[in-house]
Design a binder for this molecule. Sequence first.
Ligand code: AMP
Length: 542
Amino acid sequence: MLGLMQSQPLLISSLIDFAERHHGEGEIVSRRVEGDIHRCTYRDIAGRSRQVANALDAMKLAFGDRVATLAWNGYRHLELYFGVSGSGRVLHTLNPRLHPDQIVWIANHSEDQVLCFDMTFLPIVKAVHARCTTIKHFIALCDAASLPADSGIPGLQSYEAWMGGQASKYTWPEFDENTASSMCYTSGTTGNPKAALYSHRSTILHAWASAMPDSLNMSARDSVLPVVPMFHVNAWGLPYSAAMTGAKMVFPGPAMDGKSIFDLIESEKVTFAAGVPTVWQMMLGHMQQGGLRFSTLKRTVIGGSACPPAMIAAFNDDYGVEVLHAWGMTEMSPLGTVCTLKNKHLAMDANQKMAVRIKQGRGIYGVDMKIIDEQGDELPWDGKAYGDLLVKGPWVIREYFKGEGGAPLVNGWFPTGDVATIDPDGYLQITDRSKDVIKSGGEWISSIDVENIAMAHPAVAMAACIGMKHPKWDERPVVVVVKKPGAEVSREELLGFFEGKTAKWQIPDDVIFIDAIPLGATGKMQKVKLRETLKDYQLPTA
Ligand code: AMP
């Protein structure tokens, strides 16, 4: 017997309809490429999203066609999020930090028809447009007056002229909730990039689950600053969960330095911010130098790579800000786990709480996870056994766009490529990417553990631990370190700093000081590149 409840497809257009109706006055604040601060409301965004939908219809763009963006976080990008997906087209967020050749490859692979770009990225578009063979329309996210006369890009239009003349009345189409809504290519350290193709249903369910109290705890009383880019995994779904809850949104535009981010948090009374550790590293550095304090920030979600415990402690102890350490992947929309405490932890002392907070957290409802050994057998949730992490759930991919890379699932589970432990309370701790694990004398050393210890030293700005070939032990860890500006620490002092903090055999054999650790397009350390740079390095013989 079937239930007798209404069956309404979960569509992205319903989010902006809801935000307009219930939070029409809700503010959307954007620092723009133009340099100023722009203010509008959910009501404005809703109207302009419908104008975008009308403009796409006027272009005769088919249902399911891809509309690409090369853009910072801002209100026009938000309008495209709703206007493109809401009208049944697929929003394809391109990552401007990729090499132009990769952008060409990706745009051709996804068969983009339209490219909307911020003026910052005009040089990239100039360099690639002739090779992007499927793109018919180039739209610069600016007004007509700011459009360059001699761009060399055929038919270039300004966004404001393109959508501005359209009606703001539009009836969002109703269709199957499993229809594709947006796509994002993974960085792909091996082979060609592969795309996760999100659906309306997966996007709404992910936004719903991520807004919950033990996830990101979002509400209409929040002022949310996504420093995570809208060009990578939909800024962790925040544009959708903010519309779902009516939270104020604050967009940083191109200004990602510590001072600009801090100033925006203060001026827009931000209560909740989201970003990768490197962004917060810059902001904390700026605050420490200037003796600055937050007046409104309550919590920040940090993920994308392991958040060093020293950063969690700095936010918590020095600034009274709760860090939600989170883990996820492009293939997971991205949220998988978020670290919030359980009731039983509240009575614990600060050190015990910290031991929980440094983990990547508990699975949120909807994401199922397990760890397995080399034979594929499931490992216990005892906080000690570590193995390959597999996940499944309604916002985890089934396969990549165009079947690229073959069938990824193993008996219905998606192998994450991460190695982890899970404790009896369900808290996940990532020890490594499986390709970064260091095998020494038959035992595994977690590069993240080594990096976390190094990062706790006051002179260390960034640390990467990699394995180096060793004739006896197979591999031994070395730690590559970038010092904080003006700070000093010697090799011997840093190695001494590890004493007592980890098992002796897990202490790195050497410290290599370097000016900068290469970062990838999504802000992660590129250990493959680092290994290449250090290919002639020899471990100390003693
Ligand atoms: P991406 O798909 O580019 O977002 O990268 C996903 C990968 O980033 C994961 O598979 C992890 O290896 C890594 N990652 C994400 N969040 C964390 C975290 N909190 N701690 C450790 N690694 C993380």
